[in-house]
Write a protein that binds this ligand. Structure first.
Ligand SMILES: [Ca+2]
Length: 331
């Protein structure tokens, strides 16, 4: 027994360095193979991003879009999330993104569930953070007079901090389904005054059910205009709770003699018709007159004949609400 060990030990001792060399070589080889794989993945990601850029014509200097938006945006301080890994989406919404440590406001890609493709949203990381913006009005450059399909898919610009857009009823539905979410509405008038309204348990039904609106308790300082204000008669005809969505080509309101979406030139959850409509016409300077009260209206603050300068509708999980909620983000 001891003899065998005595014979083996010197042999083992001599051959040990050779085995270590092989191990080092194998490790280096594995590292190189891994590095090649990473580079190949990056190359594939680059190819996909290039394809996206070419197909969407964002940067062609000949395009109108470039001249009016991209060239201008280059001089502005705009946060674009890092492109590396951008096509691999793991976040359901901006609350997820905020919780994972990315706390800069800007455009991010989210995927609320496997039933949808990833899509781009603006994340408002101010005001306590984690807000997914579903609507923004700020300058009147984007028309909100759109049909059912456009409201379903979403429209507007999704590049600069101040861009106007509607995220899309399907996207909003998917963001809300299966999750308890709060809705916050930030409002700014033409004198720079701000108000806000928060509704808990915000959700909408699916397209088949015409995206009916459901809202929980109100809090804030703008007044509960989505529920028709404090007047009972107004609530009966103007509360938007439980109302289906209507557009110019899809009248689901309770106004039997006409189409609220046509009068207001936008899609919204109309009753007969409303005491709050944030998708209305963009009138500059606030007060307006006309046949219909079709401005950007929050009646419990400025009445039906005052059109607001800036609005945002944004959602996040209610667990964030204690993190501090102020007067919202301004222009
Ligand atoms: Ca009608």
């Amino acid at each position: 027994m001891w003899l065998i060990l005595a014979l083996l030990l010197p042999h083992y001792g001599l051959s040990a360095p050779r085995l270590q060399d092989v191990d080092v070589c194998r490790t280096d080889n594995a590292k190189l193979l891994h590095r090649i794989q990473v580079l190949e993945n990056k190359l594939e990601l680059g190819r996909l991003q290039l394809k996206d850029l070419r197909e969407n014509n964002y940067h062609s200097v000949k395009s109108k879009y470039y001249k009016t938006n991209v060239a201008k945006s280059r001089t502005e301080n705009v946060h674009i999330p890092p492109t590396d890994g951008n096509l691999v989406v793991r976040d359901a919404d901006c609350s997820d993104i905020f919780e994972s440590g990315r706390k800069q406001s800007g455009y991010y890609r989210v995927q609320p569930g496997h039933q949808t493709e990833p899509f781009t949203v603006y994340c408002d990381m101010s005001d306590g953070g984690g807000w997914t913006v579903i609507q923004r009005r700020s300058n009147g450059k984007v028309s909100f007079n759109r049909n059912w399909q456009e409201y379903k898919k979403g429209f507007g610009l999704f590049r600069n901090r101040n861009d106007e857009h509607w995220l899309g009823n399907d996207h909003i539905f998917h963001l809300l389904s299966g999750r308890e979410m709060s809705l916050k509405i930030d409002l700014t008038d033409w004198h720079g005054n701000t108000r806000y309204a928060i509704y808990d348990s915000f959700r909408i039904t699916n397209e088949e059910d015409k995206y009916k609106l459901w809202l929980g308790y109100y809090s804030g300082n703008a007044g509960d205009a989505l529920d028709g204000g404090s007047n009972f008669a107004e609530q009966w005809s103007a509360s938007l709770k439980g109302m289906p969505f209507s557009t110019v080509d899809n009248d689901n309101d309770r106004y039997t003699k006409g189409n609220c979406a046509k009068e207001n030139k936008c899609g919204w959850w109309f009753n007969r018709c409303h005491t709050a409509n944030l998708n209305g016409l963009y009138y500059k300077n606030g007060n307006y007159t006309g046949q219909y009260d079709n401005g950007i209206v929050w009646s419990t603050w400025h009445g039906l004949w005052y059109s607001l300068k800036f609005t945002t509708m944004k959602i996040r999980r209610p667990s964030f609400l204690n993190a501090g909620s102020g007067d919202g983000m301004n222009v």
